[in-house]
Design a binder for this molecule. Structure first.
Ligand code: CU
Length: 539
């Protein structure tokens, strides 16, 4: 059936950079919780080096490499065509890797303790920014490949429904391209020149607003592959159907459109923007809950179909009829549980008023660890368990180990992040190496901090099982029966699609309008008023 080349080598190269980086970053996470709980000697510089490396790796290295690898594999499998330009794909990969080496160099030598948001006026060594730019530039090799493959398929199959997995992947490539502009401008035209001494000061407000442009959509760039797996892979493994293909498309479109213009909610506590703009971002942020609610509904309905097809009866019988032993299905159930909790926390952050109650407290890392380490990573594990046998041709080394790993991760994440929310309400600050606060406060925090150290150990164990399982799969002699990556069929076959659900022209036009509305004046104002520049501040 397949007359195209499966890009297994290319995807595996991306995945292994992602997984290796992930493992290192999990170890750093353990160091940080032990340090915060004062179970090991406090070393402030080491802590900030570690937090910066942990954040940079998790947010940019692990995610970007994993998503690109998954994108190449999904594109080839769902369109049944080879990757358009392999040399370009590999060139992009090598450029990104060179960027990672530069960034890591600047961090481990103690010259870039600026955390993963690298907010001005904190200033790192120039290699940090140059490396970041290389990472972003290299990813364009993937973007171009995805766009060209999309256009080629559409030309070859005019009017046909564009396969859903690739529709979502292209939506993500568009999101990534839009999102790059903010951070790209801030790094290329402000932070890099500042770090090289070409300019002696930059406008912090402008730099932070540009970063906010990127910071919200990038979280959806991480989340979309998890949703792709939920819509198109898990229902098939569970033996069901996708409840609605159209609904899935609407969700991906809304994620793309709504996620882009709302980043200003990261500036609620900053003085650079007037309150009205922030309120607008707050409304927009509530809108972005809609595609996630659609996803929750559609994905659970798809699971119900699977459970009923497997003989589950009654109101809840379909839940127990699901193949819980399949790591991919288990992962999805656990990921949805964590997403539900994470979603509620997110509403608090999004609310202009309540946000000030939790700003810069442990609530914030609690929220994004719950959604990112919880939902997103759990689905990345599922993708890895599903794809590794297809890419290597060998059966997964141990499904039992995979289940154990998933449960460990679930328990670890819950044990880490639920107390962090509470600590946030007790006003424990985030991002500090030590806690020189009144003993009445510290005494309240202490028991929860010891719990988070236990959670750290559980999560490291889980990460170890994950890596071990994947490594052992390469040496597993049992061949796998089905190497083709196949996707869930929708409950009702898609014969024709309205044009807006089959392409992106309309949505890109709407995004342009939204971005001008959301960021036009807030960015322009910096060029209309006298600059409020700050000097470089850092290493
Ligand atoms: Cu955000």
């Amino acid at each position: 059936m397949s007359d195209y080349a499966r890009p297994a080598g290319l995807a595996l190269a991306h995945f292994w950079v992602a997984c290796g980086a992930f493992f290192v970053a999990v170890l750093l996470g353990l160091y940080q919780v032990l340090e915060r709980a004062e179970l090991i000697p406090v070393w402030a510089e080491g802590y900030y080096i570690s937090v910066t490396a942990h954040g940079m790796i998790m947010a940019y290295v692990l995610t970007t490499f994993f998503i690109l690898g998954f994108g190449y594999y999904t594109a080839a499998s769902s369109l049944q065509r080879s990757v358009w330009n392999m040399p370009l794909a590999w060139a992009g990969f090598c450029t990104m890797l060179a960027g990672v080496v530069l960034v890591i160099f600047s961090i481990v030598t103690g010259q870039a303790t600026v955390l993963y948001t690298f907010y001005a006026p904190l200033t790192a060594h120039w290699t940090f920014y140059a490396g970041t730019l290389l990472l972003l530039t290299g990813s364009l090799g993937w973007v171009v490949n995805m766009f060209v493959m999309t256009v080629q398929w559409q030309r070859a199959n005019p009017g046909e429904p564009f396969p859903l997995p690739m529709f979502a992947t292209t939506a993500n490539a568009i999101l990534w391209s839009w999102m790059l502009v903010g951070v790209g401008c801030s790094v290329a035209f402000m932070l890099l020149p500042l770090s090289l001494g070409w300019v002696d000061s930059i406008d912090v407000g402008l730099s932070k607003t540009l970063f906010a442009w990127t910071l919200h959509p990038i979280t959806y760039f991480w989340l979309i592959p998890a949703y792709i797996a939920m819509y198109t892979i898990v229902p098939r493994v569970a033996g069901g159907r996708l409840f609605s293909d159209n609904m899935a498309r609407v969700a991906f479109i809304l994620l793309l459109v709504f996620a882009l213009p709302i980043g200003m909610h990261h500036l609620y506590a900053d003085p650079f923007q007037a309150a009205g703009w922030k309120l607008l971002a707050a409304f927009g942020t509530f809108m972005v809950a809609v595609p996630t609610l659609i996803t929750g509904f559609t994905v659970i309905a798809s699971m119900e179909i699977a459970g009923r097809l497997r003989g589950g009866r009654g109101m809840f019988g379909w839940i127990t009829a699901l193949p819980w032993k399949e790591p991919v299905v288990l992962a999805q159930i656990l990921a949805l549980l964590l997403l539900t909790l994470g979603g509620f926390g997110g509403m608090v952050n999004a609310s202009y008023g309540m946000n000030s109650m939790v700003h810069n407290t442990m609530w914030v890392p609690a929220h994004f660890h719950l959604v990112f380490a919880g939902t997103v990573m759990t689905m990345y594990f599922a993708i890895a368990y599903h794809l590794w046998p297809k890419m290597t041709g060998n059966m997964l080394y141990s499904a039992g180990m995979a289940r154990l790993q998933l449960w460990f991760w679930f328990i670890g994440v819950a044990m880490l992040t639920l107390p962090w929310h509470y600590l946030g309400l007790l006003w424990m600050p985030r991002r500090t190496a030590y806690l020189p606060y009144a003993p009445e406060f510290v005494r309240q925090w202490q028991p929860w901090m010891e719990l988070m150290a236990v959670a750290g150990v559980i999560m490291v164990t889980s990460a170890l099982l994950f890596i071990w399982n994947l490594l052992s799969t390469h040496g597993n002699r049992q061949p796998v029966a089905e190497r083709e990556l196949e996707f869930a069929e929708p409950l009702h076959p898609v014969l024709r699609l309205p044009k807006p659900l089959n392409g992106f022209a309309l949505w890109n036009t709407i995004i342009v309008i939204y971005m001008v509305m959301g960021f036009g004046y807030p960015l322009l104002q910096f060029f209309l008023m006298e600059p409020h520049n700050a000097l470089a501040w850092g290493w």
